[in-house]
Ligand binder design. Structure first.
Ligand code: FES
Length: 160
């Protein structure tokens, strides 16, 4: 996770220049630069992609294309906590929809969105490999199984 998440309007490009300089010295290309930039800034907003394109003498559409092609890159801010709720077959038949509704109501966001205070990002995934515990979610990398809407809300309430 990045130390601080900067909003578009407060982006400081100095760290980006250092990242690009370092990557060039190591002979690295666009993808490692995008990875390091995301590690530092938390996500890859448009002004950052424009600055990367500019500094590497690439077209913005090329840089944007690469950043959107790989699932590892995020073009919008991410929350401090990540809830990945499973809607694979086993979880689906065991009530994933009820869990989904409880998360959406609790956080006021839909899958793929982040809360305004940048506390939570909510995503739907398809099979976490723990079907025996369905319905399942992964919260900050830890699998939580046999979920009920009440248990899910309790788990969210426990996050700082
Ligand atoms: S379908 Fe949800 S863990 Fe496999």
């Amino acid at each position: 996770m990045p130390k601080t998440i900067q909003r578009d309007e407060e982006l400081d490009f100095k760290p980006l220049d250092e990242i690009i300089e370092g990557a060039k010295a190591e002979g690295l290309g666009l993808i490692p630069i995008l990875q390091r930039a995301q590690e530092h800034y938390g996500y890859l907003p448009k002004p950052l992609l424009e600055a990367i394109a500019d500094r590497l003498s690439l077209s913005y559409s090329h840089v944007f294309g690469v950043a959107t092609f790989y699932a590892q890159f995020h073009l919008t801010p991410r929350g401090r906590h990540l809830i990945q709720q499973c809607d694979g077959t086993a979880c689906h038949v065991r009530g994933a929809a009820r869990i989904r509704r409880s998360i959406q109501e609790k956080l006021g966001i839909k899958p793929g969105e982040t809360t305004e205070d940048l506390k939570m990002t909510y995503e739907i995934v398809y099979c976490l490999g723990s079907c025996g515990l369905s319905p399942v979610a992964m919260i900050d990398g830890k699998v939580v199984g046999r979920l009920t809407p009440e248990k899910m809300i309790r788990m969210i309430d426990m996050l700082e």
